[in-house]
Ligand binder design. Structure first.
Ligand code: 5GP
Ligand code: ZN
Length: 121
């Protein structure tokens, strides 16, 4: 397979089960788990199993797993307790690089939702 593992990477360790996480979903290409420090009532992360540092490294050949993450996110969002569109919904964020607010350098898609009465617009 094309799966590569960076032994220094915290998310590679989570994918390998070397660090415990609350798993949301897993298949041969992608892994999803609860964010340890949620910013919203529903907040989970979706990552490729293959180690890739960020969106800045993404190439056309990454389209299959990237597409899989984006296509799976709405289903998992509902499963995790997000309310249905359009009253409910969710927010997808991919922090990229220092100025993009990225702290963990294994590409991850934040999926956030649930009732947030303080959020306007
Ligand atoms: P970033 O700022 O890189 O986009 O977000 C990294 C996210 O990973 C943060 O929201 C943080 O709470 C989460 N995170 C960091 N370390 C761990 C961990 O060991 N386990 C889990 N489940 N989430 C983590
Ligand atoms: Zn990694």
């Amino acid at each position: 397979s094309s799966v590569s593992h960076d032994p220094q990477c915290i998310f590679c360790k989570i994918i390998a089960g070397e660090i415990p996480s609350k798993k949301v979903y897993e298949d041969e290409d992608i892994f999803a788990f609860h964010d340890i420090n949620p910013w919203a009532p529903v907040h989970f992360l979706m990552v490729p199993k293959r180690h890739i540092a960020s969106m800045a490294q993404v190439q056309a050949s990454d389209a299959p797993w990237l597409g899989k993450i984006m296509a799976k996110a709405p289903e998992l969002a509902l499963q995790m307790g997000c309310n249905p569109y359009p009253e409910g919904g969710f927010r997808i964020v991919v922090n990229t690089g220092e100025e993009g607010g990225q702290e963990v350098h294994h590409l991850h898609v934040h999926v956030m939702g649930g009732p947030r009465p303080w959020l306007k617009g």
